[in-house]
Design a protein around this ligand. Structure first.
Ligand code: AMP
Length: 285
């Protein structure tokens, strides 16, 4: 164990990063909302490969939750998270209060147009403004050389890459592979909301995505036919699943694709009662 430090203020983080940078170190950053699982830890490992010092933030960001969403019930497991991060070799945890990130008088919102309007953005209209704003604030505090985001939230990754490019923030954004349970379900802090029958059926999402990859490898290029095959599997094998969206989109613009002439992202959001799960696969024609 390396004696991970826990910092709660922007000022403390600034001082630590200043010291590291003066010593010529590269700073890696992994923003999270806590309730950490192996998917988060794989991002920390990737950051450790690319940087000399790694800061992980744990902040359940109120501005990315919509009315009626799970802000209050979102799992908070700080002590366990800290142990996992220490074991993974992270150097610092930034664990700010809401007031530290959004002090009185905070008036800024970062909006990325276009690619926030499809997929999740269609159903969670304020979500990506909240994500982009908190990431801009966190990048300003940490000033990382690199930041790692999961490909599980592919639209989020595209939004952050766009923001960093448009605003010249000078952070290298890396995507980490989707980490899955043995039955294929993408790891998520929200999986803990599922009851045992829902959990069993949730594995069907990955079976659907795998079917799409299989169809593409056999030559299928029509996205409507691909999506309808996926929908059929999920509806048949997971009757508790309610698909919110299922679409093939361009990897950068998140706009719908009719034909797969270039690689596309098959993205899905599924409800099991009140639990909303997202997943995706890149389809390479
Ligand atoms: P969250 O705490 O859910 O906001 O996620 C923090 C980061 O972990 C985001 O960049 C997510 O995309 C990433 N992440 C979440 N689940 C996974 C997973 N199963 N595999 C890889 N990365 C993930």
């Amino acid at each position: 164990m390396n004696g991970i430090s826990v910092l709660k203020t922007a000022n403390q983080v600034g001082k630590l990063v200043f010291k590291w940078r003066k010593a010529g170190m590269r700073i890696g950053f992994v923003p999270t909302m806590g309730a950490l699982h192996k998917g988060h830890i794989s991002l920390v490992s990737l950051a450790l490969e690319k940087a000399d010092r790694v800061i992980v933030s744990i902040f359940v960001n109120p501005s990315q939750f919509g009315p009626g969403e799970d802000l209050e019930s979102y799992p908070r497991t700080f002590n366990e998270d800290l142990m996992k991060l220490e074991e993974a070799g992270a150097h610092c945890v930034f664990f700010p209060s809401v007031k530290e990130i959004y002090p009185d008088g905070f008036s800024t919102s970062v909006h990325i147009s276009g690619l926030t309007e499809t997929l999740c953005g269609k159903y969670r209209p304020e979500h990506f403004n909240g994500v982009a704003t908190v990431c801009a604030v966190l990048f300003g505090i940490v000033r990382p050389d690199i930041a790692v985001f999961g490909e599980k939230d592919a639209q989020q990754l595209a939004v952050i890459k766009r923001m960093v490019k448009d605003l010249n923030l000078g952070v290298d954004i890396l995507g980490g592979d989707i980490f899955r349970e043995p039955d294929g379900l993408a790891m998520s802090s929200r999986n803990s909301y599922l009851n045992s029958e829902e959990r069993k059926q949730a594995a069907v999402i990955f079976k659907g995505l795998s079917k799409a990859s299989e169809l593409v490898s056999k030559g299928e290029r029509n996205t409507e036919r691909i999506c309808s095959a996926v929908r059929k599997i999920i509806n048949y094998k997971a009757p508790l699943a309610e698909i919110q969206y299922l679409e093939v989109v361009d990897l950068c613009t998140m706009e719908a694709l009719d034909e797969l002439t270039t690689p596309g992202l098959l993205a899905i959001a599924v409800y099991f009662t009140h639990t909303r799960l997202i997943d995706n696969v890149i389809l390479n024609p």
